[in-house]
Every structure is written in structure tokens, then in C-alpha cells.
Design a protein around this ligand. Structure first.
Ligand code: NAD
Length: 508
């Protein structure tokens, strides 16, 4: 039996899979038991892959790559298009699996599937736009070009909090670029990964001539991520997760001269200036800080508010946090679902204790009782006297630290004064402040928004951040170049052999 579902309150995983025309594979060997953050119920028992399975998967992916790279890119795009259509047809059951398994509220889970569909559209269009350059050459009768080629096996390690979208950012683009892909999803969200992969196999069957094992998934723990990081047959590896994980993966990949795309932790801030539209700012702040129960890499964790507004804004935010409905993510009325597990709850309480010890005044943050064994909390607002050690850390839970500033330079210094560099925002109606914030002397983050929160990026722009966020960029814009190798080509169509830089080397 693949399933040992022990909750009568949750929809059956088997039924949701059946709705999508797929089935959970039979269980053999080592097993991984998945539980739902919704109520702590056991969701499924799945076979775990061993490192030997991982090695074999890489060998199969190499074979798949050799066939796939020869398929014209626009044809490769058609496979991704078919996959997007399939997801459109199965959006609701897949969203429910995501809600059940990672605890995000249904509207956000549907948004996540929509993001995968959007990425499929983006990648399909991209499959007709992969392009190189023709560059002016200094030599007569010559042509100088840059062309782009697939890399080989694309490895991907992903986090629990975006169990489908982050995979699609990388893999859909990597596929149209001509790579084969291996995915090591979070051990906390293997069901979403299985559903995505089994649906992909259906798309491949409809496509007709895709090589076998073009997309494979390895179910298990960090050891499988380590395997991908160390194996020289995986020339490009994308890793999304904590900065701790990225620090380890980066060194392993660099040690074998691989390419790493790192998407790591954030510690995102919003500056609220005296001219801000406070209604708009309040709405933007509450969604960014409390949405997804504070478990987005782009979650708003620090508010840097002008001292003249602090009291008013804090009062508004306290009222807004108190009015949020905390409850099962499967209930359409809930704004905030559970934390992923008890460890996340403990980490949140430990952070609040540190904040208190460092002079913080905490409101909220307490456990909210919801039937079952899930870990539900009210988002916390913590007024801090300064940007202390705990404020400079990412705690993956809904804690919003409030800091105040007097002059704008101080606000920018606070915004940039943390190790991470993912997302940032400013709420202002002053064009000089907005422009400065987005200029070279403003925010040092990969994302810098004006009058919009720190979370909820669109797929069209490159996504990622600097410093301890890892420097990687996934998804939109020209990030496809991360998934390809560049070749510079010189062609001589003359009868002479002039050397570059005028070098003479005559023989005979
Ligand atoms: P995590 O680092 O615990 O795990 C992420 C993945 O890495 C999992 O698949 C895990 O098995 C694997 N892993 C862990 N240690 C590893 C190692 N040493 N070598 C190889 N693989 C290893 O992160 P999490 O708790 O799942 O996710 C939350 C974190 O992810 C937060 O820090 C969040 O900010 C970050 N995140 C970043 C982005 C982004 O795009 N920047 C997006 C989503 C999440």
C-alpha cells in the first residue's frame, strides 16, 4: 500500500492523484512518510531513492540528454506547451495537494500552479527566441559569432515552500534549452513533486518522441542533494533553500568546476516614508509579512518606518494582524495556514525570545488552536530598539520587526545592513526617494519595488538576490543563459590567414 492516510478530515491523496489520471507508485525498500502540516496527519508512505539510484538516474539522464539536444528548440518547446495545457486541466487537484502538503492557503496554492502554467508559456515562447550574436570582426573575410548550446544534465534541489513553481522556473527553461533534468525536491513535499513528474510523463507520452528519463525525480533527504552537488556529470545545478544549505552546495559544486545557481534565504525590508499612502502600504505590508504564514523567501521581515509615522502604522498593523483568520489552508476563509512543522514553531518562539532579550516589544506570535496537531500561530509584530542580531537573521516564520529612522540615508543603511540581499520595497510618493531607492546607491537587493510589497514577484523578470541569498537568477528575462553554454566561433571565408591583434607568424 502506498497510502496510510490517517485523517478523516483531509481529502484523500489517492483520490486527488486519481482526479489527475495518475497513481502513487508502489512502495519498495526504504520509505519516507509524509505528514500534513494541516493537522499532522500522515499523508502517504513513499519509496525513497538511495544514492545508487541517484547515480543510475544521472546515467539515464546523460543518455536522454544526448537525444534531446538534437531536437530543434521550437519542437522542444511543444513538449513544455503540452505540459502547461495538462496543468491547466488539473489545476485544482494539484493545488489541493500543495495545500495539504506544504500548508499554504488554497488561493496561494492555485496561484502557485498558475505560476507553473505561466512558466510553461514563457518557456514555450523562449524556445523560438534562443539566440546568439554576430559581432564585428577586425579581420577581413571573417565572421565572429557567439552561439548557445545545451549544458547536459541539469540538477535541481528545491525547498518545501514553493514545491512546484521553483522546480518549473528551472526545469521548464532548462528543457527548452535542450538539457535533461533531475529534481531533488524537499523531503517535506515529495507528493507535489511526484504529481508534477507523473503529469510530465503524461505530457511526454502525448508529445510522442521525447527520450525516456528526460525528467526524473529523486525522493529522499539531503544526501541526494549532496550527490547532485558532487557529481561532475551534472554541469549545472540549481539549489533553492536556506543559506546554510547553499554554503555547503556552493563549495561542492565549485570544487568540481560546475555551475551553481543559488536561490537562498532572504531578510526583506520595506521602508515607509512620510509621504507614503498608508492604506496601500498597510495592505502591502500585511500580505508580504503574514501571507504564506511568513514562509516565503520574499516574506517581509523588517519594516523601516519614519519615526513620525511609527505609532500610527504600528497601531494599524496590530489591528490588521489581529483581524487575520488563522486556520486550515483548505478553508477558503483562512488568510494564514500552519507553519510547516514543530521545528519551525520552535524556531519562531526562540527568535521571539531572543528579540525580547534584545529589547523588543512583541505583539502576537502566540499559538492558535486549530483541531489536529498542526502548528498555527498569529503573525508577530516586534518593535525593536535597533537592528540587533536576531533581526539580521532569517527566521522562516511570520515575524515582522519594526525599526524606525530619522533621515533617508539611515533608512537605506538599515535596509542594506543585513547579510541577505533578496527583496526590498519602499512606500513613498516622493519621486526622489523612489528613484534613489532603485538606484546604484539605494537598495542592494535583487528585487527593489516601489509601492508594492516584497513578495509575489512576476515570472517575467529575473528572480534572485545578492550576498547570502546566493547571487543566482532563475526564471524570466535572459536567465536562460544560465542553463546553456556559450561558444565563440570564428569563421574564415577568405584565402588569407590574418592573426588577431596584427600578430605576424609567417612560415616557409
Ligand atoms: P533547506 O535548506 O532546509 O532545504 C532545501 C533543500 O535542500 C531540500 O531539498 C533539502 O533536502 C536540501 N538540502 C539540505 N541540506 C543540503 C545539503 N547540505 N546539500 C544538498 N542539499 C541539501 O530549506 P527549506 O527549509 O526547505 O526552505 C526554506 C529556505 O529556502 C528559506 O531559507 C528560504 O528563504 C529559502 N528559499 C529561497 C528561495 C529563493 O528563490 N531565494 C525560494 C524558496 C525558498
Amino acid at each position: 500500500m502506498a497510502l496510510t492516510h490517517d485523517s478523516e478530515n483531509l481529502p484523500s491523496v489517492a483520490a486527488l492523484f486519481a482526479e489527475m489520471g495518475i497513481a502513487l507508485p508502489p512502495v519498495t525498500g526504504e520509505t519516507l512518510v509524509t505528514t500534513s502540516p494541516v493537522d499532522g496527519a500522515q499523508l502517504a508512505r513513499l519509496s525513497q531513492h538511495s544514492t545508487a539510484d541517484g547515480q543510475a538516474a544521472i546515467a539515464r539522464a546523460e543518455t536522454a540528454f544526448r537525444a534531446w539536444r538534437a531536437v530543434p528548440a521550437p519542437r522542444r518547446g511543444q513538449l513544455v506547451r503540452i505540459y502547461g495545457d495538462l496543468l491547466r486541466a488539473h489545476k485544482e487537484p494539484l493545488a489541493r495537494i500543495i495545500s495539504l502538503e506544504c500548508g499554504k492557503i488554497l488561493t496561494e496554492a492555485r496561484g502557485e500552479v498558475q505560476e507553473v502554467i505561466d512558466i510553461c508559456e514563457f518557456a514555450t515562447g523562449l524556445s523560438r527566441q534562443l539566440h546568439g550574436l554576430v559581432i564585428a570582426t577586425e579581420r577581413p573575410g571573417h565572421k565572429l559569432l557567439e552561439s548557445w548550446h545545451p549544458m547536459g544534465v541539469f540538477g535541481q534541489i528545491t525547498a518545501f515552500n514553493f514545491p512546484a513553481a521553483v522546480w518549473a522556473w528551472g526545469t521548464m527553461v532548462a528543457l527548452v534549452c535542450g538539457n535533461a533534468a533531475i529534481w531533488k525536491p524537499s523531503e517535506k513535499t515529495p507528493l507535489t513533486a511526484l504529481a508534477c513528474t507523473l503529469l510530465f510523463e503524461k505530457a511526454a507520452a502525448e508529445f510522442g518522441d521525447a527520450p525516456d528519463h528526460l525528467v526524473q525525480t529523486l525522493i529522499g533527504g539531503a544526501e541526494l542533494g549532496v550527490l547532485l552537488a558532487e557529481d561532475v556529470r551534472v554541469p549545472v545545478l540549481s539549489a533553492t533553500g536556506s543559506t546554510r544549505m547553499g554554503r555547503d552546495v556552493a563549495v561542492r559544486v565549485a570544487g568540481r568546476f560546475g555551475r551553481a545557481i543559488l536561490e537562498l534565504g532572504g531578510n526583506n525590508a520595506a521602508i515607509v516614508t512620510p509621504s507614503a499612502d498608508l492604506d496601500l502600504a498597510t495592505r502591502g505590508i500585511v500580505f508580504s509579512a503574514a501571507g504564506t504564514a511568513g514562509q516565503r523567501c520574499t516574506t517581509l521581515r523588517r519594516l523601516i518606518v519614519h519615526e513620525s509615522l511609527r505609532e500610527t502604522l504600528v497601531a494599524r498593523l496590530k489591528a490588521a494582524f489581529a483581524s487575520l483568520t488563522i486556520g486550515s489552508p483548505l478553508d477558503e476563509a483562512s488568510h494564514v495556514g500552519p507553519l510547516i512543522d514543530g521545528q519551525a514553531y520552535d524556531a519562531m518562539q526562540a527568535a521571539l525570545a531572543s528579540a525580547r532579550a534584545e529589547g523588543g516589544k512583541v505583539s502576537g506570535g502566540e499559538r492558535v488552536e486549530v483541531p489536529g496537531a498542526g502548528h498555527y500561530v498569529r503573525p508577530a509584530l516586534v518593535e525593536m530598539p535597533a537592528q540587533t542580531d536576531i533581526v539580521r537573521e532569517e527566521t522562516f516564520a511570520p515575524i515582522l520587526y519594526v525599526l524606525s529612522y530619522r533621515d533617508f540615508d539611515e533608512a537605506i543603511a538599515l535596509q542594506n545592513g543585513v547579510p541577505q540581499g533578496l527583496s526590498s520595497a519602499i512606500f513613498t510618493r516622493d519621486v526622489r526617494e523612489a528613484e534613489l531607492f532603485q538606484s546604484a546607491t539605494g537598495s542592494d537587493c535583487g528585487i527593489a519595488n516601489v509601492n508594492i510589497g516584497t513578495s509575489g514577484a512576476e515570472i517575467g523578470g529575473a528572480f534572485g538576490g545578492e550576498k547570502a541569498t546566493g547571487g543566482g537568477r532563475a526564471a524570466g528575462s535572459d536567465t536562460w543563459k544560465n542553463y546553456m553554454r556559450r561558444a565563440t566561433n570564428t569563421i574564415n571565408y577568405s584565402n588569407e590567414l590574418p592573426l588577431a591583434q596584427g600578430v605576424k607568424f609567417d612560415i616557409g
